[in-house]
Design a protein around this ligand. Sequence first.
Ligand code: FMN
Length: 338
Amino acid sequence: MARELLPPHVAGYFSAAAGTGAGLPEGIADWSAIRFRPRVLRDLSDIRVATTVLGTPVSTPVLVAPMAQQLAAHPDGETAMGRAVAKHRSLLGVSTNTAVPFADIAATGAPWWFQVYVTRDRSLTELLVQRAVAHGARALLLTVDMMALLSPTVNPRFWPDSVGKARMTNLTADELAAAGPDATEMDLSLTFDDISWLAQLSGLPVLVKGVIRADDAAECVRSGAAGVIVSTHGGRRMGPSVSTARALPEVVEAVGDSAEVYVDSGIRNGEHVAAALAMGARAVFVGRPALWALAARGEAGVSDVLATLTTELAQVMLQLGVSSVGGFTPDLVASTGR
Ligand SMILES: Cc1cc2nc3c(=O)[nH]c(=O)nc-3n(C[C@H](O)[C@H](O)[C@H](O)COP(=O)(O)O)c2cc1C
C-alpha cells in the first residue's frame, strides 16, 4: 500500500539497502532460519510480554527504531508514529534527522530515546542533545555504523533528492548557517572515548547503535555505554556484512550482565522477536515495518504493526512454553543462522 502512495524516490529511499541490496533479505532469512527447542508442561495461564528497557516500563519488547525523514512517509511523521507507540506503551527512537520538533514528539506521550549522529562541529550535536534532554528524551542512541550520511554503497538512483533535505531541523536556520557548510558532516574522528562525553553532556544512559562484534561491544561497555544495539542499519551499512541474527550471540556473550543488548535489522514477525529474546536481547527494534505502515495508514497502521507483532510474540511464547519475557533463555534456540 505504501509503495502505491509514495513518490518513487521516497519509497526507494525507505527500501534502499547497501550494495546489491541482498543484505536485507539475507538478514531476514537468517532470523527465519533459527530453529527453536520448545518446552512443554510449563504453566502458561498468564503470558506476559511487558518488560523494562533501561528502567522504562514497556508493554511490549517491540520498539520503534529511529528513522529519518518520516514526514516524507506521512504528513504527521513522528507525531503519528509517537501516538501509536504511546498507545501500545512501546518506545520510540527519534532520529537526529527528524523534521518534527521535539516538543511535538514529546507531546505524544511516548517514551523516547534520541539517536545521535555526531557532527563535525560538535557544538551542533551539543545543542541537539541538550534540546532532546530538555524535551524528555530518556537515553541517547549513538549511531556509529553510518559514517557517511550518503553511503556510496546505497544505490544512488534511490538516494533522496528532496527527502534528504530535512536534516537536523531541531536546530534553527541561524544556528546551522552560523556553523558553516561542513559543520553538519559526520565527525569521522569519533572513538570509544566519545561515549562518556555524550553521557556527561546529557546525564543520560548512552546505547551504542550499530555494533556487530564482541570486541567492540565489550569496549563500548568499558567506555561507559549502558548497552549496545546490534544492527546493520537494516542492511544499509554494507552489503556483505554479517547479519544481526548471526552477530547477536557473540555480542551477548561479550557484554554479559554488565549492560543491555538490543537488536534490529530484518525483524519481521513474532518468531523473529522470540528468537532475539532467547538469544539474549532485552528488546528489539523494528524499522521498515513501522515506516511502511506509517506511510500506508498513519497512526492506525503503526498501531496495527505493533499490535500484530506483540500478539504474535505472545502466541509464539505459548508454543515455546515461555510465560514471560524474563523466561527466555538461549537453550530455546537450536541453531543460530544458516
Ligand atoms: C528510511 C530509513 C531511515 C533511517 N534513518 C536512521 C537514522 O536517521 N538514524 C539511525 O540510527 N538509523 C536509521 N535507520 C536505521 C534504523 O534505525 C534501523 O536500524 C533499521 O531500519 C532496522 O532494520 P529494519 O528496517 O529491517 O527493521 C533508518 C532506516 C531506514 C529504513
